[in-house]
Design a protein around this ligand. Structure first.
Ligand code: ASP
Length: 369
């Protein structure tokens, strides 16, 4: 092998295995990645990225491998991979966690929310971005939607492909999220999620597919807007209470009341309800069949949970639609979860239980948030 063909092969091998941060530096149209954060430009807004991990911060052994990858990128790697953000805002980063989002927990949620509230209280900060794994990002986004005390933009962003992939989606999603966080028109819309050019409200958008780029949908209520030609266009406003109008306050919280989810199906008995209560659950969300129906076989266990003060919220496993309240709900110890899917109903029930165990008040939260 000649020396130059060896060099070529090595370069090709490097390109195949390099994370996006390295690949980006080879792209001719992209400005060179700064080695250190550039000096702040007084004419640009200040945006802070809080990183928590996920696929956007992961890489695989080759650029064609889009499953079975692992965490590898810090917040600075993410920022340096997209030098163009420095023309939109003064971007700084903080590493809050570095985890797959299946392992997000109340402790990280509370840390994140409190940090965002501190940052947004500063007149110097225009917006905040949270980079996050896509598996549970809607739960974190909805939590933040209920506890962030500001109408400045908060954007939760992730990626379906790891940073090492051909056509990794993370860098462009991140670029658009910086544009969104810096955009005065994005204020007052609640916490937003941004992937694949679509801007979704945390209350309504959900992950609908395990792997495709277009995994996030807001099927019934629609999107807030979309990025088109490098600009955010808005068309909707979330109708439910959020952020600065919310009654929920994390300032003095150090934990959240435990709430479990029980799945409904034919012949579902009481075993999982009994286990949840024995484990100390203060609330149980039922991913119930259809319009919130619960099997006769589980009713004795549900009644026993209610007798112990556990709040039961009827959501649905259907994937969309509103679980309508029944006249006897409160008498039987239930609330209905409106159109929240089970995982978001769990978030609201945890926060509701920090304030009250009164079923009428909790139903009122589900009706309004
Ligand atoms: N396992 C990843 C996570 O949720 C999936 C992703 O980020 O797309 O952290």
């Amino acid at each position: 092998m000649t020396r130059s063909s060896h060099t070529l092969l090595c370069t090709a091998a490097l390109l195949l295995t390099a994370p996006f941060s390295a690949l980006a530096q080879t792209a001719p149209a992209t400005p060179a990645a700064p080695t250190a954060a550039p000096a702040p430009k007084p004419n640009l807004p200040n945006v802070v990225i809080l990183a928590t991990g996920g696929t956007i911060a992961s890489s695989a052994a080759s650029n064609t491998q889009v499953v079975n990858y692992s965490l590898s990128q810090t917040v600075n790697n993410l920022i340096n991979a997209v030098p163009a953000v420095n023309y939109v805002a003064n971007v700084t980063g903080e590493q809050i966690a570095n985890t797959g989002s299946q392992d997000m927990n109340p402790e990280i949620l509370l840390t994140l929310a409190k940090r965002i509230n501190v940052l947004l209280a500063s007149p110097d900060v225009s917006g905040v971005i949270v980079t996050h794994g896509t598996d549970t990002m809607e739960e974190t986004a909805y939590f933040l939607n209920l506890v962030v005390r500001s109408d400045k933009p908060v954007v939760v962003v992730g990626a379906m492909r790891p940073s090492s992939a051909l056509s990794a989606d993370g860098p462009f999603n991140l670029y658009e999220s910086v544009q969104l966080a810096a955009d005065p028109n994005a204020r007052g819309k609640g916490v937003m999620m941004l992937l694949n050019d679509r801007i979704g409200a945390a209350r309504f958008i959900t992950k609908t597919n395990t792997t495709v780029l277009d995994a996030f949908k807001s099927a019934e209520q629609g999107y807030l807007g979309a990025f088109v030609g490098g600009k955010a266009y808005f068309y909707n406003q979330p109708a439910r209470v959020h952020t600065k109008d919310s009654e929920f306050d994390v300032t003095n919280l150090t934990s959240l009341p435990p709430v479990e989810i029980v799945y409904g199906y034919q012949s579902n008995g009481g075993t999982m309800y009994d286990a949840a209560v024995a484990a100390g659950a203060k609330g149980i969300v039922v991913a119930a069949t259809g319009n919130g129906t619960i099997t006769t076989a589980s009713k004795a266990s549900v009644a026993s949970a209610v007798a112990k003060g556990v709040v039961i919220a009827r959501s649905t496993r259907t994937g969309s639609g509103t679980v309508t309240p029944k006249p006897d709900d409160v008498k039987e110890g239930y609330v209905s979860a409106d159109s929240l899917n089970p995982q978001k109903a769990r978030i609201l029930l945890m926060l509701a239980l920090t304030k009250t165990s009164d079923l009428n008040k909790i139903q009122d939260y589900f009706n309004r948030y």
